[in-house]
Design a protein around this ligand. Structure first.
Ligand code: SF4
Length: 357
Protein backbone atom coordinates (compact mmCIF):
# COMPACT_ATOMS: atom_id res chain seq x y z
CA UNK A 1 0.00 0.00 0.00
CA UNK A 2 1.18 3.53 -0.73
CA UNK A 3 1.80 5.82 2.22
CA UNK A 4 0.44 8.70 0.12
CA UNK A 5 -2.94 6.96 0.04
CA UNK A 6 -3.49 7.36 3.78
CA UNK A 7 -4.79 10.38 5.68
CA UNK A 8 -3.49 10.91 9.21
CA UNK A 9 -6.68 9.37 10.61
CA UNK A 10 -6.32 6.39 8.26
CA UNK A 11 -2.78 5.87 9.54
CA UNK A 12 -3.85 6.10 13.17
CA UNK A 13 -6.38 3.35 12.45
CA UNK A 14 -3.82 1.27 10.48
CA UNK A 15 -1.19 1.55 13.19
CA UNK A 16 -3.64 0.38 15.82
CA UNK A 17 -4.96 -2.53 13.77
CA UNK A 18 -1.71 -3.67 12.16
CA UNK A 19 0.99 -2.86 14.70
CA UNK A 20 -0.85 -2.34 17.99
CA UNK A 21 0.51 1.22 18.15
CA UNK A 22 -1.28 4.50 18.82
CA UNK A 23 -1.34 8.02 17.38
CA UNK A 24 2.18 8.82 18.67
CA UNK A 25 3.85 6.58 16.09
CA UNK A 26 1.23 7.09 13.35
CA UNK A 27 1.62 10.86 13.53
CA UNK A 28 5.41 10.65 13.63
CA UNK A 29 5.29 8.58 10.43
CA UNK A 30 2.85 11.01 8.78
CA UNK A 31 5.07 14.02 9.63
CA UNK A 32 8.18 12.23 8.39
CA UNK A 33 6.47 11.21 5.15
CA UNK A 34 5.62 14.79 4.18
CA UNK A 35 8.94 16.21 5.39
CA UNK A 36 11.22 13.64 3.75
CA UNK A 37 9.15 11.88 1.09
CA UNK A 38 10.08 8.34 2.12
CA UNK A 39 9.07 5.58 4.53
CA UNK A 40 12.53 5.16 6.01
CA UNK A 41 11.75 5.91 9.64
CA UNK A 42 14.62 3.98 11.28
CA UNK A 43 16.38 7.21 12.31
CA UNK A 44 13.24 9.07 13.39
CA UNK A 45 13.41 9.64 17.20
CA UNK A 46 9.97 8.14 17.87
CA UNK A 47 10.99 4.91 16.10
CA UNK A 48 14.51 4.42 17.51
CA UNK A 49 13.28 2.33 20.45
CA UNK A 50 11.18 0.15 18.09
CA UNK A 51 13.44 -0.84 15.16
CA UNK A 52 11.25 -3.85 14.29
CA UNK A 53 8.29 -1.56 13.79
CA UNK A 54 10.39 0.80 11.65
CA UNK A 55 11.43 -2.15 9.48
CA UNK A 56 7.86 -3.46 9.08
CA UNK A 57 6.59 -0.03 8.08
CA UNK A 58 9.30 0.19 5.43
CA UNK A 59 8.15 -3.21 4.11
CA UNK A 60 4.39 -2.53 4.30
CA UNK A 61 4.13 1.02 3.00
CA UNK A 62 5.60 1.96 -0.34
CA UNK A 63 6.30 5.59 -0.98
CA UNK A 64 6.96 6.48 -4.58
CA UNK A 65 7.61 10.04 -5.61
CA UNK A 66 7.20 10.00 -9.40
CA UNK A 67 10.17 11.30 -11.32
CA UNK A 68 9.34 14.59 -12.95
CA UNK A 69 11.53 13.73 -15.91
CA UNK A 70 10.92 15.91 -18.93
CA UNK A 71 9.15 19.10 -18.18
CA UNK A 72 8.41 22.00 -20.38
CA UNK A 73 9.05 25.47 -19.10
CA UNK A 74 7.40 28.56 -20.55
CA UNK A 75 8.31 31.75 -18.77
CA UNK A 76 8.35 29.98 -15.42
CA UNK A 77 5.18 27.91 -15.94
CA UNK A 78 6.17 24.26 -15.90
CA UNK A 79 4.08 21.46 -17.26
CA UNK A 80 5.23 17.97 -16.50
CA UNK A 81 3.99 14.53 -17.28
CA UNK A 82 4.05 11.86 -14.61
CA UNK A 83 4.21 8.24 -15.66
CA UNK A 84 1.98 6.06 -13.49
CA UNK A 85 2.65 2.45 -12.54
CA UNK A 86 0.39 1.05 -15.27
CA UNK A 87 2.03 3.23 -17.91
CA UNK A 88 -0.78 5.81 -18.03
CA UNK A 89 0.33 9.42 -18.11
CA UNK A 90 -1.03 12.33 -16.19
CA UNK A 91 -0.14 15.99 -16.33
CA UNK A 92 0.53 18.57 -13.66
CA UNK A 93 1.23 22.26 -14.08
CA UNK A 94 3.22 24.48 -11.74
CA UNK A 95 2.38 28.13 -12.18
CA UNK A 96 4.49 30.92 -10.72
CA UNK A 97 2.45 33.78 -9.25
CA UNK A 98 3.90 37.06 -7.95
CA UNK A 99 5.10 35.65 -4.64
CA UNK A 100 4.22 31.97 -4.64
CA UNK A 101 3.49 28.95 -6.80
CA UNK A 102 0.13 27.43 -7.63
CA UNK A 103 -0.01 23.75 -8.46
CA UNK A 104 -2.68 22.53 -10.87
CA UNK A 105 -3.31 18.81 -10.29
CA UNK A 106 -5.19 16.22 -12.31
CA UNK A 107 -7.82 13.93 -10.80
CA UNK A 108 -8.33 11.51 -13.70
CA UNK A 109 -6.57 10.23 -16.78
CA UNK A 110 -8.83 11.59 -19.50
CA UNK A 111 -12.40 12.62 -18.77
CA UNK A 112 -15.85 11.23 -19.49
CA UNK A 113 -17.65 14.57 -19.67
CA UNK A 114 -17.02 15.40 -23.30
CA UNK A 115 -17.08 19.21 -23.22
CA UNK A 116 -16.83 20.38 -26.81
CA UNK A 117 -14.19 23.07 -26.22
CA UNK A 118 -11.89 20.77 -24.25
CA UNK A 119 -8.75 19.04 -25.40
CA UNK A 120 -9.03 16.36 -22.71
CA UNK A 121 -12.46 15.37 -23.93
CA UNK A 122 -10.83 14.22 -27.17
CA UNK A 123 -9.13 11.31 -25.41
CA UNK A 124 -12.19 10.09 -23.52
CA UNK A 125 -12.08 8.59 -20.04
CA UNK A 126 -9.26 6.21 -19.17
CA UNK A 127 -9.35 5.90 -15.39
CA UNK A 128 -9.54 7.68 -12.05
CA UNK A 129 -6.36 8.59 -10.23
CA UNK A 130 -5.87 7.06 -6.80
CA UNK A 131 -5.44 9.33 -3.80
CA UNK A 132 -1.72 8.49 -3.82
CA UNK A 133 -1.43 9.46 -7.49
CA UNK A 134 -3.05 12.81 -6.74
CA UNK A 135 -0.94 13.48 -3.65
CA UNK A 136 2.25 12.38 -5.40
CA UNK A 137 1.82 15.26 -7.90
CA UNK A 138 2.44 17.58 -4.94
CA UNK A 139 5.25 15.34 -3.66
CA UNK A 140 7.01 15.42 -7.03
CA UNK A 141 7.18 19.19 -6.85
CA UNK A 142 8.28 19.33 -3.22
CA UNK A 143 10.87 16.57 -3.39
CA UNK A 144 11.78 16.78 -7.09
CA UNK A 145 11.93 20.54 -7.54
CA UNK A 146 12.35 21.64 -3.90
CA UNK A 147 9.33 23.91 -4.21
CA UNK A 148 6.37 24.05 -1.89
CA UNK A 149 3.24 25.27 -3.71
CA UNK A 150 1.13 27.70 -1.73
CA UNK A 151 -2.12 27.06 -3.61
CA UNK A 152 -3.58 23.90 -5.10
CA UNK A 153 -6.19 23.77 -7.80
CA UNK A 154 -8.00 20.68 -9.09
CA UNK A 155 -8.11 21.97 -12.63
CA UNK A 156 -5.93 19.51 -14.47
CA UNK A 157 -7.36 16.54 -16.30
CA UNK A 158 -10.72 15.16 -15.30
CA UNK A 159 -13.90 16.09 -13.47
CA UNK A 160 -12.85 15.93 -9.78
CA UNK A 161 -16.34 15.03 -8.55
CA UNK A 162 -16.39 11.97 -10.83
CA UNK A 163 -13.59 10.76 -8.51
CA UNK A 164 -15.11 12.16 -5.32
CA UNK A 165 -13.72 9.77 -2.68
CA UNK A 166 -10.11 9.86 -3.85
CA UNK A 167 -10.18 13.62 -4.41
CA UNK A 168 -11.63 14.36 -0.96
CA UNK A 169 -9.14 12.06 0.76
CA UNK A 170 -6.37 13.93 -1.10
CA UNK A 171 -7.90 17.22 0.12
CA UNK A 172 -7.80 15.91 3.70
CA UNK A 173 -4.13 15.01 3.27
CA UNK A 174 -3.15 18.26 1.51
CA UNK A 175 -4.82 20.38 4.18
CA UNK A 176 -3.43 18.49 7.18
CA UNK A 177 -1.21 20.91 9.15
CA UNK A 178 1.03 17.96 10.09
CA UNK A 179 1.36 17.01 6.42
CA UNK A 180 1.54 19.30 3.38
CA UNK A 181 -0.31 21.98 5.38
CA UNK A 182 -2.13 23.73 2.53
CA UNK A 183 -5.21 25.28 4.19
CA UNK A 184 -8.53 24.43 2.55
CA UNK A 185 -9.07 28.10 1.70
CA UNK A 186 -6.07 27.73 -0.63
CA UNK A 187 -7.45 24.67 -2.39
CA UNK A 188 -9.87 25.06 -5.30
CA UNK A 189 -11.97 22.35 -6.87
CA UNK A 190 -13.15 23.08 -10.37
CA UNK A 191 -16.25 21.25 -11.52
CA UNK A 192 -18.14 21.21 -14.77
CA UNK A 193 -21.35 21.41 -12.73
CA UNK A 194 -21.46 17.96 -11.11
CA UNK A 195 -24.50 18.44 -8.88
CA UNK A 196 -24.12 15.15 -6.99
CA UNK A 197 -20.55 16.12 -6.11
CA UNK A 198 -21.53 19.63 -5.00
CA UNK A 199 -24.28 18.17 -2.81
CA UNK A 200 -21.95 15.54 -1.34
CA UNK A 201 -19.46 18.28 -0.47
CA UNK A 202 -22.24 20.24 1.25
CA UNK A 203 -23.20 17.11 3.21
CA UNK A 204 -19.58 16.65 4.32
CA UNK A 205 -19.60 20.20 5.67
CA UNK A 206 -22.80 19.51 7.62
CA UNK A 207 -21.47 16.21 8.97
CA UNK A 208 -17.98 17.46 9.88
CA UNK A 209 -18.19 21.24 10.47
CA UNK A 210 -14.86 21.16 12.33
CA UNK A 211 -13.09 20.11 9.12
CA UNK A 212 -14.10 23.40 7.41
CA UNK A 213 -14.96 21.98 4.00
CA UNK A 214 -16.96 25.21 3.54
CA UNK A 215 -13.68 27.09 3.07
CA UNK A 216 -12.66 25.03 0.04
CA UNK A 217 -13.01 27.17 -3.05
CA UNK A 218 -15.45 25.94 -5.63
CA UNK A 219 -15.03 26.95 -9.27
CA UNK A 220 -17.97 26.10 -11.48
CA UNK A 221 -17.21 25.95 -15.16
CA UNK A 222 -20.45 27.45 -16.52
CA UNK A 223 -19.65 28.76 -20.00
CA UNK A 224 -23.23 29.45 -21.05
CA UNK A 225 -26.22 31.11 -19.39
CA UNK A 226 -28.91 29.09 -21.19
CA UNK A 227 -29.57 25.36 -21.31
CA UNK A 228 -29.75 25.49 -25.10
CA UNK A 229 -26.16 26.69 -25.50
CA UNK A 230 -24.81 24.84 -22.47
CA UNK A 231 -26.25 21.51 -23.68
CA UNK A 232 -24.21 22.05 -26.83
CA UNK A 233 -20.97 22.89 -25.05
CA UNK A 234 -21.21 20.66 -21.99
CA UNK A 235 -23.16 17.38 -22.12
CA UNK A 236 -23.25 17.30 -18.30
CA UNK A 237 -25.92 19.99 -18.59
CA UNK A 238 -28.38 17.40 -19.91
CA UNK A 239 -28.03 15.54 -16.61
CA UNK A 240 -27.95 18.60 -14.38
CA UNK A 241 -29.40 21.63 -16.18
CA UNK A 242 -28.76 25.21 -15.08
CA UNK A 243 -31.75 25.40 -12.69
CA UNK A 244 -30.70 22.22 -10.87
CA UNK A 245 -27.09 23.41 -10.71
CA UNK A 246 -28.10 26.76 -9.29
CA UNK A 247 -30.25 25.15 -6.63
CA UNK A 248 -27.29 22.97 -5.50
CA UNK A 249 -25.05 26.03 -5.39
CA UNK A 250 -27.57 28.02 -3.36
CA UNK A 251 -27.50 25.19 -0.79
CA UNK A 252 -23.69 25.08 -0.73
CA UNK A 253 -22.01 27.16 2.00
CA UNK A 254 -19.55 28.53 -0.58
CA UNK A 255 -22.39 30.55 -2.13
CA UNK A 256 -22.68 32.58 1.08
CA UNK A 257 -18.97 33.03 1.82
CA UNK A 258 -16.97 35.82 0.24
CA UNK A 259 -14.30 34.64 -2.19
CA UNK A 260 -15.29 30.97 -2.01
CA UNK A 261 -17.35 30.52 -5.18
CA UNK A 262 -16.22 31.33 -8.71
CA UNK A 263 -18.11 31.08 -11.97
CA UNK A 264 -15.73 30.26 -14.78
CA UNK A 265 -16.78 31.38 -18.22
CA UNK A 266 -14.78 30.51 -21.32
CA UNK A 267 -15.61 33.13 -23.92
CA UNK A 268 -16.08 31.56 -27.35
CA UNK A 269 -16.71 33.94 -30.25
CA UNK A 270 -20.22 33.73 -31.70
CA UNK A 271 -21.25 31.03 -29.21
CA UNK A 272 -21.59 32.61 -25.77
CA UNK A 273 -20.12 36.12 -25.95
CA UNK A 274 -23.05 38.35 -26.91
CA UNK A 275 -24.53 41.19 -24.83
CA UNK A 276 -27.60 39.02 -24.30
CA UNK A 277 -25.38 36.20 -22.97
CA UNK A 278 -23.72 38.59 -20.53
CA UNK A 279 -27.08 39.86 -19.29
CA UNK A 280 -28.44 36.34 -18.89
CA UNK A 281 -25.30 35.34 -16.98
CA UNK A 282 -25.84 38.25 -14.57
CA UNK A 283 -29.45 37.14 -14.05
CA UNK A 284 -28.50 33.50 -13.51
CA UNK A 285 -26.00 34.46 -10.81
CA UNK A 286 -28.56 36.45 -8.84
CA UNK A 287 -28.47 35.32 -5.19
CA UNK A 288 -25.03 33.71 -5.42
CA UNK A 289 -22.05 35.30 -3.66
CA UNK A 290 -19.70 34.52 -6.51
CA UNK A 291 -17.12 36.12 -8.73
CA UNK A 292 -16.85 35.68 -12.47
CA UNK A 293 -13.61 34.56 -14.07
CA UNK A 294 -13.63 35.22 -17.78
CA UNK A 295 -11.32 32.98 -19.75
CA UNK A 296 -10.66 33.85 -23.39
CA UNK A 297 -11.01 30.59 -25.32
CA UNK A 298 -7.77 28.96 -26.47
CA UNK A 299 -8.63 26.96 -29.58
CA UNK A 300 -8.18 23.23 -29.00
CA UNK A 301 -6.82 21.04 -31.79
CA UNK A 302 -9.25 20.96 -34.78
CA UNK A 303 -11.30 23.65 -33.07
CA UNK A 304 -14.35 24.95 -34.96
CA UNK A 305 -13.95 28.29 -33.15
CA UNK A 306 -11.18 30.89 -33.12
CA UNK A 307 -9.93 32.74 -30.06
CA UNK A 308 -11.99 35.83 -29.13
CA UNK A 309 -10.69 39.30 -29.88
CA UNK A 310 -9.50 41.46 -27.00
CA UNK A 311 -12.32 43.89 -27.78
CA UNK A 312 -15.04 41.28 -27.40
CA UNK A 313 -13.54 40.08 -24.11
CA UNK A 314 -13.40 43.68 -22.84
CA UNK A 315 -17.01 44.30 -23.91
CA UNK A 316 -18.30 41.23 -22.06
CA UNK A 317 -16.19 42.14 -19.01
CA UNK A 318 -17.60 45.69 -18.95
CA UNK A 319 -21.20 44.45 -18.98
CA UNK A 320 -20.57 42.12 -16.05
CA UNK A 321 -18.69 44.78 -14.10
CA UNK A 322 -21.31 47.45 -14.71
CA UNK A 323 -23.87 45.17 -13.03
CA UNK A 324 -21.80 45.42 -9.84
CA UNK A 325 -20.65 41.80 -10.04
CA UNK A 326 -16.95 41.18 -9.40
CA UNK A 327 -15.25 39.92 -12.50
CA UNK A 328 -11.76 39.40 -13.75
CA UNK A 329 -10.27 38.24 -16.97
CA UNK A 330 -7.75 35.56 -16.45
CA UNK A 331 -4.42 36.07 -18.04
CA UNK A 332 -3.48 32.62 -19.16
CA UNK A 333 0.03 31.60 -18.34
CA UNK A 334 1.85 28.93 -20.25
CA UNK A 335 0.19 29.31 -23.64
CA UNK A 336 3.42 28.32 -25.33
CA UNK A 337 3.47 24.92 -23.63
CA UNK A 338 -0.20 24.09 -24.03
CA UNK A 339 -0.66 24.41 -20.30
CA UNK A 340 -3.17 27.20 -20.38
CA UNK A 341 -6.76 26.57 -19.46
CA UNK A 342 -8.31 23.84 -21.60
CA UNK A 343 -5.01 22.88 -23.15
CA UNK A 344 -3.55 20.13 -21.03
CA UNK A 345 -3.01 16.91 -22.85
CA UNK A 346 -2.28 18.03 -26.34
CA UNK A 347 1.19 16.58 -26.21
CA UNK A 348 0.47 13.34 -24.38
CA UNK A 349 -3.04 12.59 -25.59
CA UNK A 350 -4.36 13.52 -22.20
CA UNK A 351 -6.71 16.33 -21.43
CA UNK A 352 -7.38 19.90 -20.39
CA UNK A 353 -9.99 21.73 -18.49
CA UNK A 354 -11.39 25.09 -17.86
CA UNK A 355 -10.83 26.96 -14.68
CA UNK A 356 -8.95 29.51 -12.77
CA UNK A 357 -5.37 28.57 -12.33
S1 SF4 B 1 -13.72 20.71 -19.48
FE1 SF4 B 1 -13.33 19.48 -17.65
S2 SF4 B 1 -15.22 18.26 -17.36
FE2 SF4 B 1 -15.25 19.03 -19.47
S3 SF4 B 1 -14.31 17.36 -20.68
FE3 SF4 B 1 -12.65 18.82 -20.15
S4 SF4 B 1 -11.75 17.98 -18.28
FE4 SF4 B 1 -13.75 17.01 -18.53
Amino acid sequence: MSGFDRSRNDLIRDFKENYGKGPYHAEAFFRHLYQEGNADVGGVPEFRPVPDLARRIGEDLSVEVPDIGDNIDDGGTKKFTLKLNDGALTETVLIPMAEWHTLCVSSQVGCARGCSFCETAQMGFIRNLSTAEIVSQWASVKFGLSLIPRNLVFMGMGEPFDNFTNVMRAVDIFSDPKGPGVPKRRISISTSGHVDGIRKLTELEHRYPDRAYRTLHLAVSLNAPTDRVRNRLMPINKTWPLGVLKSALLDAPQSRIKDALFVEYVLIPGVNDSQDDAEKLIQWMDGLEAKVNLIPYHPRSSSPWPAPSDDSVDRFFDIIRSSGRECRTRKSKGKGIQAACGMLGRQCRISPRTADL
